[in-house]
Design a protein around this ligand. Structure first.
Ligand code: N01
Length: 546
């Protein structure tokens, strides 16, 4: 019979969250920790997303850990926005520098996890049937790791090559001389299309929803600029932590329609030229007021019409069905200009969906498009997908998947009622995908580490979110979203990209600074909203703290 291995904490995933968790729980708390990772290396999303043009749209100097001043000072970034290979090198460097690999089991998927209420432990079952047990289980599975290829009819009949941006091969894919179809125009498609178009014989882009994209204005990062940021890191990191989205941006001008028209245009021009997502922060009310939203949306549509020479193609590229910012804003290099190339064709799918995949291509509106390669830039079963892929069973065998059948329910986006001693990094109900992920990851990992340290110090065996606290939090998350324009878009934030998925706005829109304050207050208040139960024999007496 196989033995069950025992640890103090088990972590699922060795991306940026899992790596930092391992460091904190093992090196600061001295716990025996095991991390299970399905890839054969660290880096999470940056391990899988190797598609041409993949890079982060948070600036390098801020898309990096802040927990170690030495790490922060010694690492040199080369460009304003880091490429996927550079981020992966950074993740590898962190893994080596902090000796993380020895406690990570690679190429190992977790099939299920079950809480035993009699021992207050989690037993994790791996794909190969092996088991491991620990009092604490932390999921660090990422929000965008369940890649999705829509269920197109005839998919298996295609005889050419197929790739999904989120599952890109480790070897270079050579598009030279090939006819390539790209399906999807979200952040991944918008980054990949210009790069593929420079190599392929022809690219046909299949677009369902046009997206708003702002130029990255990427470029090399000068040593002077790096020195300046490094000298000021403590202040800048603090500013990011208390900001709305985990990035430091120039302050907004005010409400769009209250700003003088000339100044409004000049500021949009200035931010467009400066590049990046700070453009979205030009006014305070862009995502809360429809008229205000139109100011920024019209500006981008004008830039598209100015850039794309063929007016019909330009019109097809202009987003008109959702307010700007309510689907994830994209950041690009030469995206719209790519449609001026002779070897790029745009096919609109609105009201004219892909009928089927054929052995030699795609059929749309009765027209066959023959291609050698199909690139699926079709996104993810976001936020809930990676957690629901694991059969997580809490007290009395209740299933997380079933608890979330009508949409995810969490307390603070970090815990769930009925699932004691389970912590979830950047889960639904936390700012997560609406922020610089590394800022949110560090905040969650630090909070979880403190909670586990507290439990161990105080002899608490069971740390469980209360259902009333969870209900109140879910209500608050929904309430905040309802005061914005976000629910107007059929976005993956709403689960709208997956047929049959409940339409619930999943991330928390209160901002990372506000959210951090709430989490700190909860902890400072003896973990308000959690029931903390002492280890037996004191257990029978009363909850240790509530
Ligand atoms: O995925 P997406 P993504 N038929 O879901 C289309 C992060 N990220 O991988 O919009 C035809 O945004 C779908 O159409 P529609 C970032 O948070 C960050 O691009 O649903 N088309 C859409 O156009 C981002 O938001 C970075 O109508 C279909 C596309 O496929 C998130 O990851 C880089 C279809 C999917 O877009 C996901 O981005 C990359 C169908 N049946 C990603 N189904 C940076 O840091 C789907 N589509 C820069």
């Amino acid at each position: 019979m196989r033995t069950t291995r025992e640890y103090d904490a088990i972590v699922i995933g060795a991306g940026f969250a899992g790596m930092y968790l391992l460091h904190r729980l093992r090196d600061d708390l001295g716990l025996r920790v095991r991390v299970y990772e399905r890839g054969d290396g660290v880096g999470g999303t940056w391990y899988w997303n190797r598609y041409p043009g993949a890079r982060c749209d948070v600036e390098s100097m801020f898309y990096s850990y802040s927990f170690s001043e030495e790490l922060e000072q010694e690492w040199e970034w080369t460009e304003r926005y880091p490429t996927q290979p550079e981020i992966l090198r950074y993740a590898d460097h962190v893994a080596d520098r902090f000796g993380l690999r020895e406690d990570i089991e690679f190429s190992t998927s977790v099939r299920g996890a079950r809480y035993d209420g009699t021992t207050d432990t989690w037993t994790v079952v791996l794909e190969d049937g092996r088991r491991a047990r620990a009092p604490f289980l932390v999921t660090a599975v990422g929000c965008l790791s369940a890649a999705r290829v829509p269920d197109f009819e005839g998919l298996d009949s295609f005889t050419g090559e197929t790739y999904h941006t989120g599952r890109w091969p480790h070897e270079d894919v050579d598009f030279t001389g090939k006819r390539v179809a790209v399906i999807g125009t979200g952040s991944s498609g918008i980054q990949a299309i210009p790069v593929i178009a420079r190599q392929a014989a022809h690219v046909t882009v299949f677009q369902r929803t046009p997206n708003f994209s702002v130029p990255a204005q990427n470029g090399p990062l000068s040593p002077d600029e790096q020195r300046r940021v490094k000298a000021d890191y403590r202040r800048l990191r603090h500013a990011a932590r208390v900001s709305a989205a985990g990035v430091v941006t120039p302050p907004a001008l005010g409400n769009a329609l209250e700003v003088d028209e000339e100044l409004r245009g000049a500021e949009l021009d200035r931010r467009w030229a400066a590049g990046g997502t700070a453009f979205m922060n030009t006014f305070t009310d862009t995502v809360t007021d429809e008229e205000a939203n139109r100011v920024t949306a019209d500006y981008v549509r004008d830039r598209i019409r100015e850039t794309v020479k063929d007016p019909d193609v330009a019109e097809l590229l202009c987003p008109k069905d959702h307010p700007i910012g309510t689907k994830r804003i994209c950041v690009d290099t030469d995206y719209y200009a790519t449609y001026n190339r002779d070897n790029v064709t745009l096919v609109g799918l609105r009201g004219n969906p892909i009928e089927r995949i054929t052995p030699s291509g795609l059929r749309v509106g009765g027209v066959d498009h023959e291609v050698d390669v199909i690139v699926f830039a079709t996104g993810y079963d976001a936020m809930t997908g990676p957690l629901n892929a694991i059969d997580i069973r809490g007290l009395g065998g209740i299933s997380l998947r079933e608890e979330w059948a009508d949409g995810p329910r969490t307390y603070l986006g970090v815990a769930a009622a009925g699932f004691p001693n389970l912590f979830m990094v950047t889960a639904p109900g936390s700012p997560s995908v609406l922020s610089n992920m590394i800022v949110s990851i560090e905040q969650h990992v630090d909070w979880i580490t403190d909670a586990i340290a507290h439990a161990r110090r105080a002899g608490i065996a069971r740390f469980e979110a209360r259902r009333e606290a969870q209900d109140t939090w879910v209500e608050h998350v929904n309430e905040v979203a309802s005061h914005t324009l976000y629910p107007r878009a059929a976005s993956w934030y709403m689960g709208a990209n997956v047929p049959g998925k409940p339409r619930v706005f999943m991330p928390y829109l209160g901002g990372v600074g506000t959210y951090r304050r709430i989490c700190d207050e909860v902890a400072g208040d003896g973990y308000r909203g959690f029931t903390l139960t002492a280890a037996a024999p004191a257990r029978s007496a009363r909850p240790a703290r509530a």
